[in-house]
Write a protein that binds this ligand. Sequence first.
Ligand code: SF4
Ligand code: SF4
Length: 406
Amino acid sequence: MKKRITAPREVLHELQQDYFICTKCKMCQGVHVQFCPESRFWRNCPSGSNFRWDAYYASGKMEIARGLHINEIEPSDSMRHILYTCMLCSSCQEQCYEVKQLHPTRIFELMREKAVREGWGPMPEHAQLVESLEKNDNPFGADKKKRGDWAKGLALKSLPKESAEVLFYAGDAYTSDPALKHAVRAAAQVLLEAGLDVGTLGADEISDGSLMLQLGDRDFFETFAFTNIETFNSLGVKTIVTPDTHAAWVFKEEYAAELDPGIKILHLSQLLSRLLKKGQLTPEKEVNIKAVYHDPCKLGRRFEIYNAPRRVLEAIPGLELLEFPRATFNSLCCGGGGGVRYAFPDYALSTAKERLFEAEWTGAEAIITSCPYCVQMFNQAVEATGSKIKVYDLAEVLLESLGKEV
Ligand code: SF4
Ligand code: SF4
């Protein structure tokens, strides 16, 4: 049997207690209201808010899991629609775990793995992502030979030909989307400004596989994880840092147990916060803007990384940091979660527009976040609405405050 190299496979029935215990109390539909000053923003389940039927809230999907378990119901097209319109944003789990210690979002992830195993998931629209991964080692149709082009002209080392202390893993979105090129170059440039010994894999970097894991295709995810873990362990690096929030999620949750124990995994925001604290970065140029910080679901609720990006923004002179009514653990998904946008773009965009409305409600001139998928969704929403709000990646603003450009 092939050695398993990622986290142990958990199957749905191992969490059966959760879906049998769910009392349909529906607390998971909203936010922790005591931390949200405005009732307009109390609802927080994108799929439930959009489709309005109980089945689209966590309570409904828990009932579907129970019904499937006892063979009371069978998979259907509508069940697949319900499962694949969930953003896997963890807002329901944030609510439920606090009171009942249940894991609704984890249940929905495992339901997707069941759907793929049984052949009724993911959505047909997701096939093009799989095809691209097979052909290009990334899900977005980008030419794999050009994966390292974003870094041209930066003084990054070329791994594995050279050695470096830090591996900068750029990720699928940043290496595929020309609109994100400035942000990923800014991220690498800031690390160089701090004097770090940083390298990249260039065109040899491949997908982290996180999108496949979100869609429930654990087997395909593991082919990428297996290759990446072998590569990462062979490089002799001490730290892997990535600005890609979804890559950070799988590295921390799935890869970590098989990486050499000396390798630290950090999301870029964590490393930037540490570098500022140690005095290796000194932002001095004023960036005069009123900005609100958006917590990406896979960084915030998944790993409770709420403070690090805020410490970075607080260190920038001139920047006035505002908060969404739905902030930190109450954050609303940007619409980019769960691979939903590739099958249901209008619904994903409507979720991003709701978040953009909330940003405007705060009086912000800009949304700053630290996830490429959030940046993409907010840019789409700005374009669709004609909003004047600017969208920035964390490193772009920090680099500006260092008085540098890329
Ligand atoms: S998932 Fe939890 S919070 Fe939601 S209805 Fe069930 S028990 Fe209540
Ligand atoms: S994970 Fe998010 S979208 Fe899915 S049911 Fe929970 S709150 Fe709703």
